[in-house]
Ligand binder design. Structure first.
Ligand SMILES: *Cc1c(COP(=O)(O)O)cnc(C)c1O
Length: 403
């Protein structure tokens, strides 16, 4: 069968607009298309392929476990799922884990759990959820409505109710909004899709204090920031607070679909038998890979390397910037980096991304002003150097055409 980019337009829903190539295979940070082109990938499947493409260790686990157990329903338990849950509990201090298959499902479960806890303990009037402008929590109808971009949730009929959006990092507005009717506050410790914006420590302290005062669950969506992406195993470790409920997905099984909700027993106990569930959630193959990933990326030496690489990329970007004055700064932590375009190029991150693509460099955007880099956490210095040469050429072309 002859497959090309135009096949996409013929047979796929048009809700994506993929770049003009078809990927054939990928190894490490290299991606190869059907025309024989080679690209350097700084996107990692949007922070998913945390160990690069087709990593050997993951291949080995898949081979080994797929000869033992691939799927088993939740009316039984199995050692692979229980092993990953035990590891996550040990690493984070949370007491209970619920597995799903994606970030949206993890947030869906977390939000339902917060509503259920409030309902059980305080009654049905405590149901309001506070969320933040430009946040992103996935595409189920509940999670997308909680997300802070109305255009994503409009046009689907009546929305889930009692959800309030306020500006991120705005402590005064938050103080005025939270009340005894609030059951949950959800935020990303670093807004990913929203532009690599970090939550301020003082803001988080107030959020934590007022959640405690009003008995509201504080939920951190660490779907993008988690699993060592931000330079600690979870990003909350770099903040002065710990959330009541944490959601994780993306990199957790290095490319195999998985999601997880972590919390304390006093919350989890409200999800008794029959209250929530998932056919594929806790899939043994995904969990076995997850266990492997968690062992690799939580290692202190591995994390040191992530932070070293982060610093190195920032230095490279600074050098490029001395030459071109194209960015007004770099935001983010670890290997979740946002290169913020200078005001004179405002709204043009997509154009720069295209220029990178023409140089065979794969990058992401986060809103109109930010070029987002989320390379494999184990990317080598030599690959960074190659990527920076391509970025240099892309920026030169970008400026030439957009000056
Ligand atoms: C990607 C992402 C999601 C959604 O995850 P899916 O696996 O696409 O459902 C949710 N929250 C954040 C912060 C994300 O980056």
């Amino acid at each position: 069968m002859k497959i090309s980019r135009s096949t996409f337009d013929k047979v796929m829903f048009p809700c994506y607009n993929p770049m003009s190539m078809v990927i054939k295979k990928a190894h490490g940070v290299n991606v190869y298309d059907t025309e024989g082109n080679k690209y350097i990938d700084l996107t990692s499947g949007i922070a998913v392929n945390c160990l690069g493409h087709t990593p050997r260790g993951v291949q080995k686990v898949i081979k080994k476990v797929s000869s033992k157990l691939i799927h088993c329903s939740n009316i039984f338990c199995n050692e692979f799922t229980l092993t990953l849950a035990s590891k996550l509990v040990k690493l984070t201090g949370y007491e209970k884990v619920f597995f799903v298959n994606s970030g949206a499902e993890a947030n869906e479960a977390a939000l339902k759990l917060a509503r259920r806890v409030a309902y059980d303990v305080y009654g049905e009037d405590k149901n309001e959820i506070i969320s933040f402008d430009n946040s992103f929590h996935g595409r189920t109808f509940f999670s997308v409505t909680v997300g802070g971009q109305e255009s994503y949730s409009n046009g689907f009929g009546p929305k889930p109710a009692a959800i309030t959006h306020i500006p991120f990092n705005d402590t005064e507005t938050f103080k005025k909004t939270i009340s005894d009717k609030t059951c949950a506050v959800i935020l990303e410790p670093i807004q990913g899709e929203g532009g690599i914006l970090k939550a301020d420590d003082d803001f988080l302290k107030t959020v934590r204090e007022l959640c405690d005062k009003h008995n509201a669950a504080l939920i951190f969506d660490e779907v993008q920031t988690g699993v060592s992406r931000s330079g600690t195993f979870y990003a909350y470790e770099q903040t002065p607070v710990k959330p009541d409920i944490l959601t994780s997905a993306k990199g957790l099984a290095a490319g195999i679909p998985i999601g997880a909700v972590l919390t304390m027993d006093k919350f989890a106990s409200h999800f008794g038998p029959g209250s929530h569930g998932s056919t594929f959630g806790g899939n043994p193959l995904a969990c076995a890979v997850g266990s492997y990933v968690v062992d690799v990326v939580s290692d202190k030496k591995f994390l040191d390397k992530v932070n070293e690489t982060s610093l190195y990329i920032r230095q490279c970007i600074d050098k490029l910037n001395e030459k071109y004055h194209v960015f007004k700064g770099v935001r983010g932590e670890g290997l979740l980096l946002g290169l913020v375009l200078d005001d004179k190029f405002s709204g043009k991150s997509g154009v720069l991304q295209k220029k990178c693509f023409e140089q065979k460099l794969l990058t992401l955007v986060a809103h109109g002003d930010v070029l987002r880099l989320a390379p494999a956490l184990n990317i080598k210095k030599s690959a960074v150097n190659k990527a920076m040469l391509l970025l240099d050429k892309a920026i030169a072309k970008f400026i030439e055409e957009n000056a």
